[in-house]
Design a protein around this ligand. Structure first.
Ligand SMILES: C[S@@+](CC[C@H](N)C(=O)[O-])C[C@H]1O[C@@H](n2cnc3c(N)ncnc32)[C@H](O)[C@@H]1O
Length: 269
């Protein structure tokens, strides 16, 4: 099924306005989503619950004080706030997202955080509203799998990074996914149907001109955890139904070996 930007934005907009609970809230386990308890203590109450990520790109990065960090598909802004803590007052953090409701949520969460060095911009990650060679780090958390044109995204990341700039992405990757997962609109919005393999990721980064690119960590999920991730993108009234969870766990069972979350690091030439 061909999922468009408009479909994705509508679903994530609905998720936010219908009070969907992100992955941390669904699982009740921040560590499962890749964050340490210490990191989550640094962010304002309620912000972790608005995260829809599948990892912790800032935690795996080596962002330094004074640097500029760009987050692709920043959502509610948890990773923006963690990055702002790392770059400090002399650094800058920029988030780009195409969904108005997510941008509103991010602005609210950023205001709660008190950081004044975070800016969010509306835009598509295939056509970033960011100057060429202007950022030190590109991070992203569970977003690129949703982009229909992934090579365009890799090219954009290479364009906006300064020479020797770095990318740290957490994303769902997949191998030999059954056709019914690829065809499902729900499973595509839930970050499964559009996922590419690690090999495709790395060859896309090579084509974009990165000097080095590798997978530095992987997180595998059982069927119940996969169901939690999918549930996190659903409106609250659906997510709360035991039937939804049972159905998604059942759907996930045959594909637990086919999908995982990878942390991918790359350095621009
Ligand atoms: C699964 S959520 C992850 C949000 C956030 N990174 C987090 O960890 O909570 C995906 C986000 O990416 C945004 N998004 C998806 N495709 C996009 C695209 N092509 N351009 C810009 N934003 C996109 C959605 O609006 C949504 O906020």
């Amino acid at each position: 099924m061909n999922i468009t930007h408009e479909n994705i934005a509508e679903e994530y907009g609905n998720a936010v306005t219908s009070n969907a609970k992100g992955i941390v809230a669904q699982t009740g386990n921040a560590k499962f989503a890749g964050y340490s308890v210490g990191e989550l203590q640094l962010i304002p109450e309620g912000v972790a619950e608005t995260s829809f990520g599948c990892g912790n790109p800032v935690g795996f990065s080596e962002v330094q004080p004074g640097q500029t960090v760009l987050d692709l598909g920043c959502g509610g802004g948890l990773d923006l706030i963690l990055a702002a803590g790392k770059v400090g007052a002399t650094g800058k953090v920029i988030g780009v997202d195409m969904t108005d409701e997510m941008l509103t949520l991010a602005r609210k969460n950023i205001a709660k955080s008190g950081f004044t060095n975070i800016e969010v911009k509306k835009g598509k990650i295939e056509d970033l509203p960011i100057d060429s060679q202007s950022v030190d780090w590109v991070i992203s958390n569970c977003v690129i799998n949703l982009a229909p044109e992934k090579q365009t995204v890799f090219n954009e990341i290479a364009r906006v990074l300064k020479p020797r700039g770095q990318m740290l992405v957490s994303d769902i990757v997949a191998e030999n996914l059954p056709f019914w997962v690829r065809r499902s609109g729900l499973l595509t919005v839930a970050c499964a149907g559009g996922a590419i393999s690690e090999a495709e990721y790395l060859s896309g980064l090579a084509k974009a001109g990165f000097a080095t690119y590798r997978v530095i960590a992987r997180e595998y999920y059982n069927a119940g955890q996969m169901a939690s991730i999918a549930t996190s993108a659903l409106p609250d009234f659906l997510a709360k139904r035991a039937f939804t969870r049972h159905l998604l766990t059942h759907i996930a069972m045959p594909i637990t070996k086919n999908l995982w979350s990878a942390r991918i690091h790359a350095i621009k030439a």
